[in-house]
Design a binder for this molecule. Structure first.
Ligand code: ATP
Ligand code: MG
Ligand code: MG
Ligand code: MG
Length: 575
């Protein structure tokens, strides 16, 4: 491929709405282009990455015995009414009408259609097991589309569906898929973890998520470094001995703690773990107008973890809080609709920003100050439902240092990006849609199902979150848009450079290497900056000076300097 024929459009500046590095870099590298909220064009450079992801997924799905098909993006509402999901799915499901006023949906996933196919086509036990998959556009009207391809509204998903004669068969099919997923994610060259998951709205009881490890991930994952225990936070919380969970509005226990003011002392006195203590502060920030008057006051509830002295935490002493002041009682009352000291249990009437260590639990059974010397509140429920769900979604009832449920050590928490999900479904859909087959005795039986998703377009974003530097993307070889870029210096002036560059390009291309020759005539600095931004793993620079010594310059995207190599040896570096 020659760069002059390809479509390259790099940008110096990231778009203003880009919060995470993958969104910034994919836009700057010209891989995606925004059309609307959560809706992107996959530009040629980005599409090459997506196609490579798809190819790996397709190869491993086929190897695992799944069979590819394509189901419609637009699906009749009747099918979705059969399972009740037309109503149950809520606003994430995009519903549309045709010219005859008939209702349709845009597929967010395809259990209904695939079950409809199965009930018509798979009549006998002899046809089972079967696993059908597609790699297709999905649409989910996400409440908050963001982070570029990471949480789009339109995106590409690989979704597979297994059909078996019985539960044992379905569980075996599930294990085949779980193993295929491990091969797939190994091949992407990313660091990931398979974690136990709650089966959520889809139902069933065997479910794992594949999480790419990244600090910016939206999910908290809980694992035990000294055993194989790993679960997503929802699952971990479901298993955790959560203690009482008072409902918002329930009275708190005001507990005497004479003479105790540090978190550690209070925890010890009450015989509760230190991780359950939290210092809450209600703080305010003032925005001044040009005349220096207070134009607007924002009130913040802050939860601080660690062994703070509950009487002595002073704003200004806590790093990061320098711009705040304590809110006045009147401000707290007007903002939260309640008196200070009772913020947690009675529920906050208005959304409130909660700024805290991301893995603090806010659900229940907390200890905090009672705004009265020698007293603390226990059983505090911070009322996740009444605070901004996005900000508190991460604030959970399981904290690092809790005992692992397998008894093998203590829990650690890290952030992840959900790139894949495998579910055992049982007969949830086959019963709802009456999908039966005839068994050996000619008796109808409900099919046992599983479903298996991979976020094809989320994956490149997750890869970038994990692998980038200040200059741009660092793609793993397996999904890079090009494996090698040849950068000739002065190609327009030097016949030797041109000939060498073209010869190397043709050699590598003939050997099946995904190579691009940058023949745009850019200056070396601009050319290198582009390819470092785009993240091509291997770069070969060809110059007159090098050619005189019979050398080319090879540099891996992770190398800090180039290595001189004889032209004949270049292919050894890039494969
Ligand atoms: P999330 O928890 O991130 O909302 P999900 O659990 O709703 O994802 P699934 O129904 O399990 O998603 O879909 C299978 C896969 O599709 C997910 O593992 C994820 O990789 C991908 N996916 C889901 N929603 C989106 C989205 N809005 N944008 C891009 N990819 C997505
Ligand atoms: Mg979702
Ligand atoms: Mg999820
Ligand atoms: Mg999921």
């Amino acid at each position: 491929m020659k760069a002059s024929q390809f479509f390259i459009s790099t940008l110096k500046e990231a778009p203003a709405d880009a919060e995470v590095v993958s969104h910034k870099l994919m836009t700057r590298a010209g891989m995606i282009k925004k059309l609307g909220a959560g809706i992107y064009s996959y530009m040629p450079m980005g599409l090459r990455v997506i196609r490579k992801v798809e190819a790996i997924v397709r190869e491993e799905m086929n190897r695992a015995g799944a069979v590819e098909c394509t189901m419609p993006v637009i699906q009749p509402a009747e099918l979705w009414q059969e399972t009740g999901r037309f109503d149950k799915m809520g606003p994430e499901l995009l519903r549309i009408k045709d010219r005859h006023e008939r209702s349709f949906i845009v597929q967010p996933t395809s259990e209904e259609v695939v079950t409809d196919i199965a009930r018509q086509e798979l009549r006998s036990y002899k046809q089972l097991p079967k696993n059908l998959y597609q790699i297709q556009t999905k649409f989910r009207d996400e409440r908050r589309p963001r982070f570029g391809l990471m949480r789009g509204r339109e995106f590409i998903m690989k979704d597979a569906y297994s059909f078996d004669r019985d539960m044992a068969g379905a569980k075996a099919s599930y294990q085949v898929m779980a193993a295929a997923y491990r091969r797939i994610f190994d091949r992407f060259g990313l660091s990931y973890r398979a974690v136990a998951a709650d089966s959520g709205a889809i139902g069933g009881d065997l479910s794992e998520e594949f999480q790419v490890i990244a600090a910016t991930g939206e999910d908290a994952i809980v694992y035990c470094p000294s055993s194989s225990y790993a679960a997503n936070m929802e699952k971990a919380e479901a298993l955790a001995p959560a203690g009482p969970r008072p409902a918002p509005g329930q009275a708190l226990v005001k507990t005497p703690t004479p003479g105790k003011s540090t978190c550690a002392d209070v925890a010890e006195l009450l015989g509760l773990p230190l991780q359950r203590t939290v210092k809450s502060l209600v703080l305010a920030t003032d925005t001044l107008n040009e005349a220096g008057e207070v134009a607007r006051t924002q009130v913040w509830l802050l939860l601080l973890r660690g062994d703070h002295d509950m009487n002595e935490v002073k704003v200004g002493k806590v790093p990061g809080l320098e711009g705040f002041r304590f809110a006045t009682v009147a401000e707290i009352e007007s903002h939260f609709g309640c008196k200070p000291g009772y913020l947690g249990p009675i529920g906050l009437k208005q959304p409130v920003k909660i700024v805290a260590d991301r893995d603090v639990a806010v659900m229940a059974d907390w200890i905090c100050g009672a705004n009265e010397i020698d007293f603390h509140l226990t059983g505090v429920n911070w009322g996740r439902d009444v605070a901004e769900p996005d900000l508190v979604a991460d604030l959970r009832n399981v904290v690092a240092g809790d005992a692992s449920p397998d008894g093998q050590g203590v829990l650690a928490i890290e952030r992840g990006i959900e790139v894949g999900h495998v579910f055992y479904l049982g007969t949830k859909y086959s019963q709802a849609m009456n999908a039966t087959f005839l068994d050996e005795n000619g008796k109808p039986q409900f099919m046992e199902m599983g479903c298996y998703g991979i976020g094809i377009t989320r994956l490149p974003a997750a890869a970038i979150e994990q692998s980038h530097d200040e200059r741009g993307i660092v793609w793993p070889d397996a999904i890079a848009p090009f494996t090698v870029v040849i950068c000739p210096i002065g190609m327009d002036r030097s016949a030797e450079v041109k000939a060498a560059a073209e010869a190397l390009h043709d050699d590598l291309a003939a050997a099946g290497v995904d190579v691009l020759l940058d023949d745009r005539g850019e200056r070396p600095g601009a050319m290198f900056a582009d390819w470092e931004l785009i993240g091509v793993p291997h770069r070969v620079v060809i110059s007159d000076r090098g050619l005189k010594e019979g050398q080319l310059e090879y540099q891996h995207r992770r190398d800090t300097a180039a290595t001189k190599v004889p032209a004949s040896e270049v292919s050894g570096f890039v494969k």
